[in-house]
Design a binder for this molecule. Structure first.
Ligand code: MN
Length: 459
């Protein structure tokens, strides 16, 4: 059966063209002059873009004190409603000392048969020895899990010596190492000190994880990667102007084998949200929301093509119960916020419509580059002959107000409550099948396929 998406403004990272997209057997045949097919989807007056790719989510994450409220079904159904047809999820830490295989098996159990959009996993490194490094290489080959995450803070953090071992091996095996960059000493010093001094209201959260903690860790990671032989690294959730300056320094010095991600919350929200001790719990996350100047610097970096991707770090806890664990002490609040459904339309409404980025840049940051970084391009992330027919049809004229009741995830809040939105995701196709129509999820549990990924464009 041939399906035609007719009359839309087709957007790729290369530009916009008005044309019809012909689909057969779940794949794109091409952009065509043809007017007829077995089925026609009328996209006149609409924007048609590739299904968005979110390479930083935490579905079903168990952090010990709480488990996120979205599992692989509810989280990916919400993703679909927001125009995201592929996720690459970051695994939780497993039991202390477990093999990297442990969490791969656990996440297949959680996601297989449940996900509503296509999905892959980043592996996680929580200790380093010869066996763990051999396992990393085997997992990359056998599972197509070609990226692994390492943390520079938290209990599962890797110290510099272990990071060097990981990076050296990753460089040889063409495995991308995604890194949470915060200096553990700085963060721990302030958290301990603020608790001791009774400074446990949310307004102390950003000061407990200052910009210096991020910038120092970004700087150190980039030097470690160079010292390990230009190892390929990916900086997740960059949040500060200071961190961005370290990225610029490395690029100016000729370092190219790395990528940088930011997230909508660091572009659109700021630390004033923590002034209200109750509302502030909603945005307790790491890194924290920053200052207005940081937001502006990150938008300028996007406009100037200095960053690679915008992902979400979707990590939803309930405000009514789980976030209240931090009501008396922000250091006890489970860290994270929802965002997988909001990302694409926020970037469109606040980015494209307000002139901060162009429409092709939106596609680049939300679709194409994430697919490249994840090693799934051009199957995902673009509109081209042979690519999966993952498409978003966006109505540029619809205006609405962001509110929890209109979103589809299990979280009982959104950080963007009350925001006026220009444009709406109207229809979403996953491999040629409509999984969202008129903003309503019409897909099913288990529609999503596991992605055996290729080598990252950065690696
Ligand atoms: Mn994360």
């Amino acid at each position: 059966m041939r399906t035609l998406v007719r009359g839309g403004m087709v957007v790729t990272e290369a530009g916009t063209v008005s044309g019809n997209i012909l689909i057969k057997d779940g794949r794109i045949l091409g952009i065509t002059e043809a007017q007829d097919a077995d089925a026609v989807i009328d996209a006149a007056g609409k924007i048609v873009m590739p299904g968005a790719v979110d390479i930083h989510t935490h579905m079903d994450l168990d952090v010990g004190i709480a488990r996120v409220i979205d599992d692989f079904y509810s989280g990916t159904a919400a993703a679909a409603c927001g125009g995201t047809t592929t996720i690459v999820d970051h695994l939780a830490f497993g039991p202390k000392g477990c093999s990297p295989w442990h969490q791969i098996r656990e996440y297949h159990r959680l996601a297989d048969g449940n996900a509503a959009v296509d999905y892959g996993f980043h592996g996680v490194l929580q200790h380093v020895n010869d066996e763990a490094l051999d396992d990393m290489a085997a997992i990359a080959r056998e599972e197509g899990i070609t990226s692994f995450k390492a943390y520079m803070t938290y209990d599962g953090r890797l110290e510099d010596l272990d990071l060097m071992k990981v990076l050296e091996r990753a460089a040889r095996e063409h495995i991308l190492i995604a890194v949470h960059c915060e200096n553990h000493g700085i963060v721990t010093y302030y958290r301990e000190r603020f608790v001791r001094e009774g400074k446990t209201q949310t307004r102390w959260h950003p000061a407990s994880r200052p910009a210096e903690a991020e910038a120092e860790a970004v700087n150190r990671l980039l030097y470690l990667a160079r010292a390990a032989g230009e190892a390929p690294v990916y900086i997740v959730h960059l949040s500060t102007h200071s961190g961005l300056e370290e990225v610029r320094r490395a690029r100016a010095a000729g370092q190219i084998r790395f990528g940088v991600e930011t997230c909508p919350q660091y572009l659109l929200l700021d630390e004033k949200m923590y002034d209200d001790p109750k509302e502030g719990l909603k945005a307790v996350m790491a890194p924290p929301l920053r200052r207005q100047a940081d937001r502006e610097a990150l938008w300028e970096a996007l406009a100037g093509n200095e960053l690679d991707t915008v992902a979400t770090d979707h990590c939803p806890f309930t405000f009514a119960e789980q976030k209240q664990l931090g009501a008396q002490d922000f250091t006890k609040c489970p860290s994270g916020a929802p965002g997988v459904e909001e990302r694409l339309i926020l970037l469109y409404s606040e980015g494209v419509r307000k002139g901060r980025i162009t429409l092709p840049q939106l596609v680049k940051y939300a679709c194409t580059n994430p697919a490249r970084v994840a090693g799934i391009y051009p199957k995902k992330g673009t509109i081209a002959a042979g690519s999966d027919a993952d498409l978003v049809i966006l109505d540029p004229d619809r205006e609405w107000t962001m509110t929890t009741g209109r979103l589809h995830g299990n979280a009982d809040y959104t950080c963007y409550e009350g925001m006026k939105i220009q444009g709406a995701v109207e229809q979403v196709l996953l491999r040629g099948r409509t999984i969202v129509r008129d903003g309503v999820f019409t897909g099913a549990r288990g529609d999503g396929q596991y992605l055996h990924r290729g080598i990252s464009s950065l690696a």
